[in-house]
Write a protein that binds this ligand. Structure first.
Ligand SMILES: [Zn+2]
Ligand SMILES: [Zn+2]
Length: 348
């Protein structure tokens, strides 16, 4: 079968002909319906020297995957072939304390394991089939189209996890700011906030089209990123600022904006891996602001995200690309031309 693989560091991925995998004991073979193209893959292609990441090359890309159960190996029970599923992305050891809670994104043995999951050191979903190492990574779908479901496993799950942590401050009357509101994760963050809280949502983006998308998906206000954004957010909140800021960009100016508009006792969560830094000193941010990064989410949270999507509360905006055109999808993302999520469809 044809697979889009990372074959070397500091270079674009390549199409390779590889053997169709067969599931071993405990493993599940998933026929891929769709694989999301994630902005973090661009960092994977360009930002790492050989040896910087504990991944062995080559491996098939695609860490946002949905499809149907094609076959499974010995010892797998409670699954039927033909069952539509999404694949939970970060694969831990399954036995440490975080893992047994479903928090495999923070597995304690990650350093020993090396690869972070399918598409991140092990073979992912940018191919007609992928092996999932354990049935616990599969969340069943009922009505959702795999093309709309695939982005939920990362572009949906990652903001959901961050928003869930901030829910105690997102009370009625509170404000949440989403920086990068037109992007793959940001456009889902806007919808998740509207679905799980009654807070006011302000979207921030660098593009008019991104602001328009944020508004269409439920943002109460949309603010152009730039020197005036801080004042505009202050004005919209009658000078109070925001209880929670979710920064899906993570560069110096966006982190500075977050620190400038977050309220005392608020949450400032950085999810974008733009490489920015935020200096922290006693007087540099309001009192009791929790500044944190987050990485992906948990297995139970993926069930919750799928439940939100199955009942129609959140819907990814997707652009379909056949597998042959996957590199065009990454280029569209790199150039900033893409809103929502690019999804690779192997059999399109
Ligand atoms: Zn990702
Ligand atoms: Zn573990």
């Amino acid at each position: 079968m044809k697979a889009l693989q990372l074959t070397g560091w500091k270079q674009l991925p390549q199409f390779q002909e590889v053997a169709t995998p067969e599931p071993g004991p405990g493993e599940v073979l998933v026929r891929i319906g769709a694989a999301g193209a994630c902005h973090s893959d661009l960092h994977l292609f360009h930002d790492f020297e050989p040896g910087a990441l504990p991944y062995e090359l080559p491996f098939t890309l695609g860490h946002e995957n949905a499809g149907v159960v094609e076959a499974f190996g010995a010892g797998v029970t409670g699954l039927d072939t033909g069952q539509p599923v999404v694949v939970y992305g970060p694969w831990g050891c399954g036995r440490c304390y975080p893992c047994v809670q479903g928090v495999e994104n923070y597995c304690e043995r990650q350093a020993e394991i090396g690869a972070a999951g399918g598409g991140l050191g092990r073979d992912g979903g940018m191919a007609p089939f992928m092996i999932v190492p354990a049935a616990r990574y599969l969340v069943p779908l009922t009505d959702l189209d795999p093309v709309e479901a695939a982005p939920l496993t990362d572009a949906g799950l990652t903001p959901y996890h961050a928003i869930r942590r901030a829910l105690p401050v997102l009370v009625p009357g509170a404000t949440a700011v989403v920086i990068g509101a037109g992007g793959g994760l940001g456009h889902l963050a806007v919808q998740i906030l509207r679905a799980v809280s009654s807070c006011r949502v302000i979207g921030v983006d660098t593009r008019d089209s991104g602001l328009e998308l944020a508004r269409r998906l439920g943002a109460h206000d949309a603010v152009m990123s730039g020197p005036d954004a801080e004042d505009e957010i202050r004005e919209l909140t009658r000078g109070r600022g925001a209880e929670a800021v979710f920064d899906f960009v993570g560069i110096d100016p966006t982190m500075a904006l977050g620190a400038a508009v977050v309220r005392p006792q608020g949450h400032l969560t950085v999810l974008g891996i733009g490489g920015g830094t935020l200096p922290i000193s006693f007087f540099s941010i309001p009192y009791e602001v929790a500044v944190s990064t987050t990485y992906w989410g948990t297995i139970p949270e993926l069930f919750e995200v799928i439940a939100l999507a199955e009942r129609g509360d959140i819907t990814p905006v997707v652009h379909r690309y056949p597998l042959d055109d996957a590199l065009d999808a990454y280029e569209a993302m790199r150039s900033g031309a893409l809103e929502g999520r690019a999804v690779i469809v192997p059999e399109a």
